[in-house]
Design a protein around this ligand. Structure first.
Ligand code: ADP
Ligand code: ZN
Ligand code: ZN
Length: 741
């Protein structure tokens, strides 16, 4: 029970300070709302510095490190019941600790904006009309001259005397309601929607009959307690069908499911499959929502009205009244890790949340991350395998195109062009993959060798010919495409290299009778462009789809039978230790778009390095084999997941300042690590892109054999760095389990 006096609350406020603040609850507030009402997870208003801000109560108690007289009073209690259910609240605290991020900021970045501002959740009642006593007493022959009014009275009667206004307005005009109200035959009341209990018609569409492997996988999933399952199924093996059937079972015992996918706008087909299958309320949470829409969806999930919550990364923080299942599709996808601010991994938090809520977590992918595969090998996750494609589809056939012995135009080899022609002629579709948008990745002066560079980043500007501009793909700096070389005034400027725009032009000229549709961030800027793309692909008519990795995202086009990967070499050179893993995933995912229907598919991989071991493994074996080899390499080199890693990042407009900050930080860390075994420091090193958007970026890499030791060290380091005042121009942050260097 709570103490009577003094009454103190520990509050998280949105502030970059890594701590919480104690406040006193003044007596008049205690008596107004009752002490019992104030619980962890309720919002309060407090004076903080010179502002009055919204804070979240973390704890209640009767003592504080500060003297009672020094504590400020809270100024208002906003919620009478906790906004966040306790397990979710615990998840935030866990995440803030693990990712070394201030708890107040963590909590507030994940709340809908309107709640952050102190607004109350929208009322969840709906206006209903009921019969008055007079209305109930109406004789059978009254209102004969007002047939509409009579019909409405009858309708309300048939609905046990109360009907939602929205339902009435679907059939009657507002004036009929008004007329009955004036006659005092009906009156309005606010009614909470009843939570519907599971019924037999949960399904709008029958589920498919699973094949043997699918059935075995589904049967292995225990829906009544926590476990993490890695559903490792080749592309088009029917993973989504397993998600759907797991959700169906979860619905049948009255529980909600969260489904996370990398990007909703790119995969409307996925959303459609969930909505088409079930007869229950589905809400989607993504960046395209207005603040109001977001709050409404969030609230529907919190109150248990929405049964399926489909969302991107941050949807992992959606409160659920009756949590039952978490599904995370394409678990290898990088978008699950937030790359700035609160740098959490939604995939890893999904597992923690599952544990805390005691519900199962299904991670699915055709190309699982090495982390998850290692977790299976260690017995932490249950490994479920689907080895063949669902239905009649078979795995596509891979072939290398050796660019050294071919003539190449606009990125396309002669033999690839012939294969494209043959496919179109056979009335099938082609998908061409090139992970470089724009017309050409560089503008070069043929006369003096000048190239157009971004002034703010370490990178070349990309030529966007259709728009007549040079654009930096890292900071979005733009300029008009010059006619003359700014260095020697020559007019011999050449756009060198190939981007999707150039290859599109070339293919369209070569196959004028067929549609060529480009999909990249430029082409999809226009509203409806993505829809047009899907419509064309779904029509099944022969065409060429050309694009960047946007094309690799889980799409299902039944009539694509040829996939051409124009440049496999770019990924082979990566300096990041995850480079080969990423490359293997990307190529396998793109290739997986081929031959998903009746006709077997083919994949052509263009390369200058046909002997490269990575390509060889992927083609002569498969992703699973390749991943095993890569994991063995990581073990030999003692890299993640065999070590815990964190980065201390620092950036500044002045290179020297950022560097000096990290030298200081490193010496602080060196003193701290004496207390731990097996912690190593590396750096300061330049980040992979040293200069971006006008800021110079450096890192210190911290590796540890033991995760707990790393956590302790980082906490101590952060609190010491927080007190450094000398480096005001430096922004620094900690990145735990970094995904890019
Ligand atoms: P994945 O999610 O593994 O890429 P999908 O679930 O999208 O695979 O399945 C690929 C295709 O196979 C879809 O068109 C789907 O409807 C179909 N499919 C899945 N399972 C079955 C099954 N058991 N029987 C027949 N078709 C299936
Ligand atoms: Zn020049
Ligand atoms: Zn730039």
């Amino acid at each position: 029970m709570l103490q009577k006096e003094p009454f103190i609350v520990r509050v998280a406020v949105p502030s970059p300070l890594r701590r919480t603040f104690d406040y006193r609850v003044p007596e008049h507030l205690v008596s107004d709302a009752g002490i019992g009402a104030l619980k962890p997870g309720c919002r309060v208003a407090v004076d903080f510095g010179r502002r009055n801000v919204v804070g979240l109560v973390l704890d209640l108690g009767s003592n504080s490190e500060l003297a009672l007289e020094k504590l400020k009073p809270i100024t208002a209690i906003i919620d009478s019941t906790p906004l966040l259910p306790p397990p979710l609240f615990k998840l935030f605290i866990w995440a803030a600790n693990y990712y070394q991020y201030p708890i107040g900021e963590a909590l507030f970045t994940a709340l809908p904006v309107l709640l952050r501002k102190g607004k109350l959740p929208p009322a969840q009642t709906a206006l209903h009309w009921t019969l008055s006593e007079l209305g109930y007493g109406l004789g059978p022959d009254s209102l004969n001259r007002a047939p509409k009014q009579k019909a409405l009275i009858k309708l309300i009667q048939n609905h046990s005397g109360a009907l939602a206004e929205s339902e009435i307005l679907a059939l009657f005009s507002r004036s009929i309601i008004n007329q009955l109200q004036q006659k005092a035959l009906i009156k309005s009341v606010e009614i909470k929607p009843v939570e519907d209990s599971p019924t037999d018609d949960i399904l709008k569409q029958a589920s498919l009959t699973l094949d043997k492997q699918q059935q075995a996988a589904l049967d292995s999933i225990d829906l009544h307690s926590f476990n993490c399952y890695l559903l490792d199924g080749v592309t088009s093996s029917g993973k989504t069908e397993i998600y759907l059937q797991s959700i169906e079972k979860t619905l049948r015992y009255g529980r909600q499911s969260i489904v996370l996918i990398p990007e909703i706008s790119l995969t409307p087909q996925t959303e459609k499959r969930f909505r088409d299958r079930f007869n229950v309320p589905v809400v989607t949470l993504h960046s395209g929502l207005t603040d109001k829409q977001r709050l409404k969806a969030w609230e529907q999930a919190r109150l248990g009205q929405a049964k399926i919550i489909l969302g991107t990364r941050s949807a992992i923080f959606t409160p659920l009244k009756k949590p039952g299942l978490i599904v995370l599709d394409e678990e290898h996808d990088q978008s699950y890790k937030q790359q700035e601010g609160f740098r959490y991994s939604a995939r890893d938090l999904a597992v923690i949340r599952g544990q805390q809520e005691n519900i199962p977590v299904i991670l699915g992918s055709a190309t699982p991350s090495l982390e998850s595969l290692n977790n299976c090998a260690q017995g932490r996750y249950v490994h479920l395998l689907l080895n063949s494609r669902a239905g009649n589809a078979v795995a596509p056939d891979w072939n290398l195109v050796d660019l050294r012995s071919e003539s190449v135009e606009c990125g396309i080899a002669g033999s690839t062009l012939e294969a494209i022609g043959r496919t179109l002629k056979a009335q099938q579709q082609v998908l061409v993959f090139l992970n470089r948008r724009g017309f050409a990745p560089a503008l070069l002066c043929h006369f003096c060798g000048w190239t157009a560079q971004c002034t703010d980043c370490d990178t070349k500007l990309t030529v966007h010919r259709a728009r007549g501009r040079l654009i930096c793909h890292h900071c979005d700096y733009q300029q008009r495409q010059p006619n003359r070389c700014p260095q020697c005034k020559s007019q011999q400027l050449m756009a060198t290299g190939d981007g999707t725009e150039r290859s599109e032009d070339y293919l369209q000229k070569h196959f004028p009778q067929h549609r060529v549709i480009r999909v990249d961030r430029d082409s999809t800027r226009k509203k409806g462009a993505m829809q047009q793309f899907f419509d064309t692909a779904d029509s099944g008519k022969p065409c060429i789809l050309i694009g960047t990795q946007m094309l690799a995202k889980g799409h299902h086009f039944a009539n694509v039978t040829l996939v051409a990967i124009l440049d496999a070499d770019s990924g082979l050179l990566s300096a990041d230790f995850r480079g080969h893993e990423r490359m293997g995933q990307l190529l396998t995912q793109v290739a997986g778009r081929s031959g998903r229907g009746e006709v077997p598919g083919q994949v052509l991989v263009q390369t200058h390095q046909p002997q490269h071991p990575l390509l060889d493994m992927l083609i002569s074996q498969d992703y699973r084999y390749t991943a095993k080899q890569l994991l063995a390499q990581r073990k030999n080199l003692q890299l993640p997941p065999f070590k815990a890693m964190a980065l201390l990042r620092a950036e500044s407009t002045r290179a020297q300042q950022a560097h000096e900050f990290l030298c200081m930080a490193r010496s602080v860390a060196e003193q701290l690590i004496v207390a731990y075994n097996g912690v190593e420091l590396l750096g300061p090193l330049p980040a992979l892109m040293e200069k971006r958007a006008g800021r110079y970026r450096y890192i210190v890499q911290i590796e540890a054999e033991n995760r707990a030791a790393l956590q302790e060290l980082l906490r101590a380091l952060a609190s010491q760095l927080d007190t450094q005042k000398k480096f005001s121009g430096v922004r620094w942050s900690l990145d735990v389990d970094p995904q890019e260097l």
